[in-house]
Write a protein that binds this ligand. Structure first.
Ligand SMILES: Cc1cc2nc3c(=O)[nH]c(=O)nc-3n(C[C@H](O)[C@H](O)[C@H](O)COP(=O)(O)O)c2cc1C
Length: 326
């Protein structure tokens, strides 16, 4: 049992996280795994409310669930057992009665994709994403209590593009935002967190993106080609939930990772573009212009692209505490 829980942590840390902050900690008991948010890694400028932090922890929690399902377990999962402001985002418990495991086979089937999933900021080719694939992604979001909407109408695509540009420009005009992004990008191959130059496009002013990829190329060393062609005609998906508080963000994070793993399984690539939801004024305008009833959390672009270099992770010793008799 402890071996399966330890393996779940190994898989959990492969999750995506905003700026690769990896804002999580894990406490391993004899039959439980506690997932905690690490507020010392919160992005104070980009993410003052902790939405992206909770989304990132939700992604890690989902990976842990997939790993345990693949090992034959159906843990009882208690989210925010000591309230939504506390450090503990979830406890996975293998000790008591197993949870009903109708979903176990579906979760276990995603296990081979935990290592293959990556955020891909390359140019996507023009192959459309078939409706059958997007329908599977919508179902994946639903299974985690979230909503996924494909942005289809031309006026909605136009609104997403204009608002994303506005959000990106507002953020980049803020020196504190630029300082924060500089602190979380790196050309140091020995660094175990942050976004490495190898995984981002070179920014030289030639990109014709009408939905801007976030400018992580703070040192002018972005290794991927500058031409990312992130346009409003690509497959755009918007993930949201009914509510807008930490519990909903945690569900949205689990839904995000479930969708990303399904995208990987289908042979497609994806990258989150969250500037438009990070800036309060553009998030509000997005809800109005797309007549959204849900609270939007993540915009995703999906398409086909070659693999990109991987991103680093912190050592297990830095994130995992073992307490066999807590
Ligand atoms: C909540 C959340 C928001 C993110 N927002 C963006 C974004 O706006 N732009 C971007 O290029 N990547 C974004 N990412 C991707 C992270 O930068 C990426 O997960 C991290 O660098 C680790 O790389 P990997 O996903 O390839 O493992 C986001 C990821 C998460 C979980």
């Amino acid at each position: 049992m402890v071996a399966a829980l330890r393996r779940a942590v190994v898989r959990a840390v492969r999750a995506p996280s905003v700026h690769n902050t990896q804002p999580w900690r894990f406490v391993l008991g004899a039959s439980t795994l506690r997932v905690e948010q690490d507020r010392s890694r919160q992005l104070r400028v980009l993410d003052p409310a902790g939405r992206q932090l909770a989304l990132s922890c939700g992604c890690a929690l989902f990976n842990a669930r997939v790993s345990l399902a693949a090992d034959g377990f159906s843990p009882v999962v208690r989210c925010f057992p000591s309230g939504q402001q506390g450090p503990v985002v979830a406890v996975l418990d293998l000790g008591g009665e197993p949870a009903p495991d109708a979903d176990r086979a579906d979760l276990a089937a995603l296990e081979p994709y935990l290592e293959r999933r990556q955020t891909n900021r390359r140019r996507f080719d023009d192959t459309p994403v078939p409706a059958g694939v997007t329908a599977r992604l919508v179902a994946a979001a639903r299974a985690e209590g979230a909503d996924l909407m494909q942005v289809l109408a031309e006026e909605h695509r136009q609104a997403v593009a204009v608002l994303s540009q506005r959000a990106d420009a507002l953020q980049n005009a803020n020196p504190a935002y630029r300082a924060e992004i500089r602190a979380w990008t790196s050309t140091d191959p020995g660094r175990s967190d942050g976004v490495p130059a190898l995984a981002v496009p070179h920014v030289d002013g030639t990109a014709q993106d009408d939905i801007p990829i976030r400018d992580f190329d703070t040192a002018g060393k972005g290794w991927l080609p500058a031409d990312t062609r992130s346009s409003r005609s690509q497959c755009l998906l918007l993930l949201g939930t009914d509510a807008d508080q930490p519990r909903a963000w945690l569900s949205a994070g689990q839904a995000l990772e479930r969708i990303l793993l399904e995208i990987t399984r289908a042979g497609y690539a994806a990258s989150p573009l969250t500037q438009v939801v990070e800036v309060a004024s553009t998030r509000i305008a997005l809800r109005t212009e797309l007549s959204l009833t849900m609270q939007p959390h993540v915009l995703l672009r999906v398409g086909r692209a070659g693999v990109t270099p991987g991103t680093p992770r912190r050592l297990l010793d830095d994130v995992l505490e073992e307490k066999p008799n807590p």
